[in-house]
Design a protein around this ligand. Sequence first.
Ligand code: GLY
Length: 379
Amino acid sequence: MELTKEDKRWVDGVWEKIDNKLKKTAPTQRGKIPYTTSAKKFDGMTEGVYCDMRELDVTWWTNGFWPGLMWLMYIGTKNELYRSAAEDAEEILDEAFADYDRLHHDVGFMWHISSGVNYRLFGSHKSKVRTAVAADILASRYNCEGKYIRAWNEDKVGWVIIDCMMNINLLYWASEEFNDPRFKYMAMNHADTVMRTHIRPDGSSNHIVNLDAKTGEPIESFGGQGYAVGSSWSRGQSWAVYGYTLSYIHTGKKEYLDTAKKCADYFISRVKDDWLPRVDFCAPAEPVYYDSTAGAIASCGFIELYKITGDSNYLDAALNILKAMEENFCDWSDDNQAILLMGTERYDDEKGRHISIIYGDYFFTEAIYKLKGFDMLFW
Ligand code: GLY
């Protein structure tokens, strides 16, 4: 990664601040799975102190981000504190397997960057089995006629969401690991379907589309966590940017790279005034609702796009977003166990607006980790 001296100094400084913060937070999270530090989110919370998803819902889709964050820090510092925190959380996640009927397509988010990283680093058999079971669960959600992976349960048979472009990386891993192309076929068929049903000609993305289970043709799209039907939810847009970039990395299929670039160019065109992402790029100008998590995720995609294409616009976009967010949205004090402020779960929910969310810290740190030159790809 070729950074100017000034950028390198900035990256090193931020990395040190992340390490300083997480060294303090990690010991407080033993036996727990952190999610948000915002008191308005759940009853009885103290502002700045993480809630515990082990207690609230161990199957919650974000529960792999804490161990994933600990692995990023372990690789970057070799501090055993982080390894043992990651392994502690990985053990807790076994409780989610016991709740199998409540699991969903986000098993990719949950196990690819927790047990999956542990296995790739240390070859533990237990971690390999956990990751393989998660891949099997994801594969079991594949619809071979409609050629997509269903997101959720109950009657949502045809609901496909853009977020799943991150989960399918677990299937690419399983194909490689078990030398079995079936997993990759499912992942690629899903990515092909979503390119047709979710990505619009201007590079923006639908969040949720209900597909005909037999034909894979779109029946209806929903606004989901964004502003409205047909709008552009910025985190969904960032899942598309990073997801298609990763699908290109895993398959070499050029259409995935073209799609990733198209989605990235759209994102950049909507954020370049101040580099602070709004929750939805099509929402009214007022009130201003931000989502820092979208900026962190998209930055990871932009950095990988830069590495693939050599186009410095992508690196500049990542640096501009990360710097703007560091200046405006990071809390390095001891008042908050989390780092990144101003994440938003969904447009219309006040309790989940402008809060710290674990995947914000995870992807912000992953982006800095990439800029530091660590090259083990977690996804
Ligand atoms: N639905 C997952 C997310 O909030 O990005």
